[in-house]
Design a protein around this ligand. Structure first.
Ligand SMILES: NC(=O)c1ccc[n+]([C@@H]2O[C@H](COP(=O)([O-])OP(=O)(O)OC[C@H]3O[C@@H](n4cnc5c(N)ncnc54)[C@H](OP(=O)(O)O)[C@@H]3O)[C@@H](O)[C@H]2O)c1
Length: 159
């Protein structure tokens, strides 16, 4: 199973706000996210799930929280108390890939575990206080680039 990070990152590295939603709304980018992840498990932090408000359709939504008591009353949602447990669970599913979809805290841990990254680099700066971690050139090799109107998609593989 390939473990793939997917994210959208502003020019100043911002991906969101710690107490809120994503600071921009670019339909073409959401569509790319949907097309890429549809049919595969998506692993996310509890805060990101709360900004979504409900599970994303057509994908197994996996939420990470340290709160052992916390339940989520939706179908198609699974909860784990660590990122490693969530990844191990995905490996038991015999699937081709699973996606780590954020937010900042989960990306910081996931970047050490992922095999690939699909990053949309937005062509604007954004307000916010949640950042994508540093993409180290000696670890990550850009394999392909695809230009869209407001962003460029870079597909990285671990060297
Ligand atoms: N631009 C993008 O591509 C993108 C994608 C996704 C999200 N975002 C944005 O990112 C922001 C949220 O990011 P964030 O960093 O504040 O929060 P987050 O990463 O979504 O969630 C953090 C929470 O995840 C749980 N968690 C983290 N590590 C864990 C571990 N090892 N074991 C168990 N639970 C763990 C904890 O939940 P508990 O507190 O419940 O224990 C923690 O509070 C939002 O603004 C969102 O819109 C942007």
């Amino acid at each position: 199973m390939k473990l793939i990070i997917i994210s959208a990152v502003a020019q100043n590295g911002v991906i969101g706000r710690s107490n809120g939603d994503m600071p921009w709304n670019v339909k073409e980018e959401f569509q790319h996210f949907k097309n890429t992840t549809l049919g595969f498990p998506i692993i996310m932090g509890r805060k990101t799930f709360e900004t979504l408000g409900k599970p994303l359709k057509g994908r197994l939504n996996i939420i990470i929280t340290r709160d052992k008591e916390r339940g989520f009353e939706f179908d198609d949602v699974k909860k784990f108390n660590s990122l490693n447990e969530a990844i191990e669970y995905c490996r038991t599913l015999n699937i081709e890939k699973a996606f780590i979809i954020g937010g900042g805290e989960i990306y910081r841990q996931g970047i050490n575990l992922a095999d690939e990254m699909i990053i949309s680099f937005m062509n604007f700066e954004s307000e916010g206080d949640v950042y994508f971690p540093e993409i180290k050139e000696k670890i990550w090799k850009p394999e392909s680039r695809e230009k869209r109107s407001l962003f460029e998609i870079v597909h990285y593989k671990r060297r």
